[in-house]
Design a protein around this ligand. Structure first.
Ligand code: PMP
Length: 369
């Protein structure tokens, strides 16, 4: 730690992103990325003219990209803000609207970045316990009386709440902001976009990282009423006016228009998810029903969750383990890849479980002799 580091930052608990190792090829199912390539339309969009335009700053108003996104979702560009991934969009929301020392509520089991944002922006992070089945305690959020951020569907649980429940939270807290992070909504959740023109206190956040197969392009956006978007733009102009690079804007426009391609990818992910869920059930695992591009299931009972995670990595498959929280330490989260990848995962899981059972038997025999 340097002499200059701010007081209080020395104890900062940083976000722990899913590992991205490059020591060997992996089937990468630990960060809810897509195994499908981005739309082929983005290759056509990337011409030498676009590449040469890298010599100049991009449009800090991101007008063309905001127009393209707005057209798809039925909002004028004035209601769209774009950023370097949903993570940055949420950071701008925090910077713009949340006061130091004030509370923000979220599910206690959720995307851990919310906690780190609260820490970074000196907010009080109020954790609303999820229910025993990991579902959101909507009543508690309705009554919380403070700003709210929820992932809907939630990560890592895969559970979602209805638009009507989001509306109850928004309606009851009209002087508080409700941020609905819909990173996974395209895989089967219910969007709250219809509430944006009805309530001035809701912000819906989206990303290209999951259903648009473009995590590496770092494009996220949010939809809200125009005053909110104007405020966020003003803050952005004080922090990082050129926050989204030229090439991401060009490919972001081409990608958002190719709904046919993405709808096909999403349909395949949903079909593969059913296949994987039924295989998990056949292996005896307890699964948490999901409407996302990942499955969260209880491994312990059949094989300790951490051991399964480690052994899958030895077999070249990366999945995510959440051992830091007592209620999730028996669970593993696996992103849904392509069908062929998931068949390899299933084969390897079966082999790992068999090996583990055999080890258990031989250890028991050794102990008894
Ligand atoms: N929101 C949720 C709920 C997520 O799980 C993630 C990434 N895992 C993000 C946002 C981050 O999105 P982006 O890649 O656009 O920053």
């Amino acid at each position: 730690m340097s002499y200059f580091f701010l007081d209080g930052y020395e104890s900062m608990e940083t976000y722990n992103p899913g590992e991205q190792p490059h020591d060997r090829p992996y089937i990468k199912l630990n960060a809810n990325e897509s195994s499908y390539p981005p739309s082929p339309a983005i290759l056509e969009a990337l011409t030498s003219v676009q590449i040469n335009s890298l010599a100049y700053y991009e449009d800090p108003y991101n007008i063309k990209l905001r127009e393209a996104i707005g057209e798809i979702y039925g909002f004028p560009k004035e209601q769209i803000f774009v950023g370097n991934g949903a993570d940055e969009v949420i950071a701008f929301i925090m910077m713009s609207f949340f006061r130091e020392g004030f509370p923000i509520a979220s599910n206690d089991i959720t995307y851990d970045f919310y906690r780190t944002y609260a820490q970074t922006f000196h907010l009080k992070y109020r954790k609303i316990p999820v229910k025993a089945d990991f579902s959101t305690d909507v009543d508690a959020l309705v009554e919380c009386g403070c700003d709210v951020i929820i992932a809907n569907p939630n990560n890592p649980t895969g559970k979602a709440i209805s638009c009507a429940d989001v509306e109850r939270i928004v309606k009851k807290n009209e002087k508080r902001l409700v941020i609905v992070d819909e990173a996974y909504v395209d895989f089967g959740g219910e969007t709250a976009l219809s509430l944006v023109d009805k309530y001035p206190n809701i912000i819906v956040v989206r990303t290209y990282s999951k259903s648009r197969n473009m995590a590496g392009a770092r494009i996220g956006f949010c939809v809200a009423n125009q005053d909110i978007i104007d405020d966020m733009r003003n803050v952005k102009f004080c922090v990082s006016p050129f926050n989204l690079n030229t090439l991401s804007q060009v490919i972001g426009i081409a990608a958002i228009k190719d709904t046919k391609y993405y709808d096909e990818c999403i349909k395949e992910v949903i079909e593969t998810r059913s296949y994987f869920e039924s295989e998990l059930l056949r292996m005896g695992f307890e699964i948490v029903p999901t409407v996302t591009n990942f499955c969260f299931f209880k491994a312990s009972g059949i094989i300790p969750a951490e051991l399964l995670t480690e052994r899958l990595k030895e077999h070249g498959i990366l999945v995510r383990y959440f051992g830091f929280e007592p209620r999730t330490k028996d669970y593993v989260r696996v992103t849904i890849g392509r069908r062929a990848e998931m068949e390899i995962v299933v084969r390897n899981m079966k082999a790992i479980i068999e090996e583990y059972q055999a080890e258990k038997v031989s250890n028991a025999r050794r102990a008894a002799s």
